[in-house]
Design a protein around this ligand. Structure first.
Ligand code: TXA
Ligand code: MG
Length: 325
């Protein structure tokens, strides 16, 4: 066993919290059976207590202990997509404490693909409860350097596993209702899932207390600069308009050119959607490092992985966080 894994297991067993890599984003983990450590996660993140956590497993048999009932649809999806970036919401068993599920009768479970995450769960011998390793409302961390900068001394250990492969949080599907619902889009797309779940519907975006998934009503993914989405048709004139103002601008484009201007201090051009997704949160952090006032990001079609990118972009640009706030 890797020394760092042994160390992480030891810390978790003593009630600590450990940040670890997954193929989506980094997670901030505690032992499933340790309500005090789970409480620490909420307080480190400043996470609202009504927002439940995901339980990470390394073996399909662990699911049977967490869920009261494992429907055929869950077996089918798990067989195809686990380990991988898909989270399934099922009816919870009594072995899952309400500190994990924020009082809900359901539990969200996924089997991550990153080898360090799997090894950690296997060596611990029990599931690891983990939200994304970021302060509540902030962009998620896709590299251990982001975790250290954002959460640093608040966590007991950060396992270093390189850059997250997909860069956006997992796709979340609620299988406890008919028809099943997509609660959070991710890199496993609606189109792909529909081949397995033809009835799948998209949860409406809502900020009210009746949100389909508790996490959907909270502020999310917001860097410390104003994020403005720009449509392709209005690209050239919108960028030109902003460059006339005395502001530091960042621009993220999808396969098109960015004009030259002394006010544009950060330029990112992505040539495919996977790349756009993979780099989105690190682009946000770079904008902060470059002291960008306004980040202009290109809207893209909601097809395929575009749905997940547009979901994160629209949440990041919501409430228009004020300039330099
Ligand atoms: O990719 C990921 O899912 C990452 C890595 C670390 O696994 N984790 C992650 O966790 O993004 P978090 O806590 O940032 O997001 C979990 C989402 C939230 O929107 C939460 O509301 C939702 O899953 N969720 C958790 N349990 C739920 C439940 N029982 N019913 C409905 N939604 C649930
Ligand atoms: Mg999160």
């Amino acid at each position: 066993m890797l020394k760092s894994i042994a160390n992480a297991v030891d810390i978790l067993k003593r009630g600590g919290v450990v940040a670890f890599p997954t193929e989506t984003v980094y997670g901030l983990g505690a032992r499933l059976g340790d309500p005090a450590a789970i409480q620490k996660i909420f307080s480190i993140k400043g996470r609202p207590s009504d927002n439940p956590l995901i339980v990470h497993i390394a073996d399909f048999n662990q699911l049977k202990l967490l869920a009261r009932h494992v429907p055929a649809s869950a077996k089918k999806l798990a067989a195809r997509f686990w380990p991988g970036p898909l989270t399934l919401v099922l009816k919870r068993s009594a072995s899952v404490s309400s500190s994990v599920t924020a009082g809900l009768d359901t539990v969200a479970v996924r089997m991550p693909k990153h080898p360090l995450a799997l090894e950690l769960i296997r060596e611990l011998g029990e599931p690891v409860v983990a939200p994304s390793a970021n302060l509540s409302g902030r962009p998620s961390s896709t590299h251990y350097r982001d975790v250290i900068r954002e959460l640093g001394n608040k966590v007991d250990l950060v396992l270093k596993g390189g850059k997250s492969e997909s860069g956006l949080e997992s796709t979340v599907v609620n299988l406890t209702r008919t028809p099943p619902r997509l609660l959070r889009p991710g890199t496993i797309t609606m189109e792909t899932l529909k081949k397995f779940l033809p009835e799948l519907t998209l949860a409406a975006k809502s900020k009210s207390g009746s949100a389909a998934s508790p996490g959907m009503k909270h502020r999310h993914y917001q860097p410390r600069c104003k994020v403005i989405m720009v449509k392709r048709e209005q690209w050239a004139e919108t960028i030109a308009g902003w460059t006339k103002k005395n502001l530091r601008l960042g621009v993220i484009a999808y396969d098109q050119r960015i004009p030259t201007s002394k006010n544009i201090v950060l330029k990112k051009i992505h040539h495919d959607k996977r790349d756009y997704a993979r780099s989105l949160y690190s682009d946000f952090f770079q904008a902060e490092k470059s002291r960008v006032d306004v980040l202009l990001v290109e809207s893209i079609s909601k097809k395929g992985i575009g749905l997940a990118i547009m979901d994160r972009l629209s949440r990041a640009s919501e409430n228009g966080s004020s300039l330099r706030s």
